[in-house]
Design a protein around this ligand. Structure first.
Ligand SMILES: Nc1nc2c(ncn2[C@@H]2O[C@H](COP(=O)(O)OP(=O)(O)O)[C@@H](O)[C@H]2O)c(=O)[nH]1
Ligand SMILES: [Mg+2]
Length: 175
């Protein structure tokens, strides 16, 4: 049995918790807290520490999903959570300029933590909206080799497709 640690990261409100909950076969362990309006993020729930989920891909492969907090002030957690990861998903809200700005920084941060494969998942965009998806690629200055996949974080099959895409990259990189 191969255990694969995958980090799911991305800016505040990108849909990380939704993504993990949609696909996890165990009840997702989340640490959500009210965000005060003083934070300038309009309140609501956000993940201050992590979300944890699991998905069995086959008899041999189980993915353990670690969702990070989105806000840079919790970046000490990004470091901890990325320890031992075999790959990561960078989730963005494709429709949110601020999300795209902080996503660029997060990609640099996680690439700096570990030289592992990653995929970018564009959430809250129609799968056939190629203009928006292409715009995400150029906004994030993604190299052609980095997969950019549209996703509906609420949809299990859609999330699973992203994770299989990442797993493919991981297996490729291991030769
Ligand atoms: N329309 C739409 N809304 C979504 C999607 N995924 C998440 N959301 C909403 O976006 C908000 C933030 O999602 P959440 O998973 O908490 O984001 P996180 O901060 O990255 O963990 C919530 O109100 C979700 O219901 C999606 O695929 N489509
Ligand atoms: Mg969250």
């Amino acid at each position: 049995m191969q255990s694969v640690k995958v980090v799911v990261t991305g800016p505040f409100n990108a849909g990380k918790t939704t993504f993990i909950k949609a696909v996890s076969e165990i009840t997702v362990l989340s640490t959500e807290r009210q965000v005060s309006d003083a934070s300038g993020e309009g309140g609501g729930e956000t993940t201050v520490a992590m979300d944890f989920g699991r998905i069995t891909i086959s008899d041999d492969v189980v993915l353990y999903l670690f969702g990070t907090p989105g806000q840079e002030r919790f970046s000490f957690m990004w470091e901890t959570l990325s320890e031992g990861m075999l790959g990561f998903v960078l989730l963005v809200d494709a429709d949110d300029e601020e999300s795209l700005d902080s996503a660029s920084n997060m990609i640099e941060f996680f690439k700096g933590m570990s030289d592992v494969p990653f995929v970018v998942a564009a959430n809250k965009v129609e799968a056939d909206d190629t203009d928006s998806i292409q715009r995400v690629r150029s906004r994030l200055s993604l190299e052609d080799a980095v997969p950019l996949l549209p996703v509906d974080a609420r949809n299990r099959d859609s999330v699973k497709a992203v994770l299989l895409g990442l797993l493919y990259e991981i297996l490729e990189s291991m030769g």
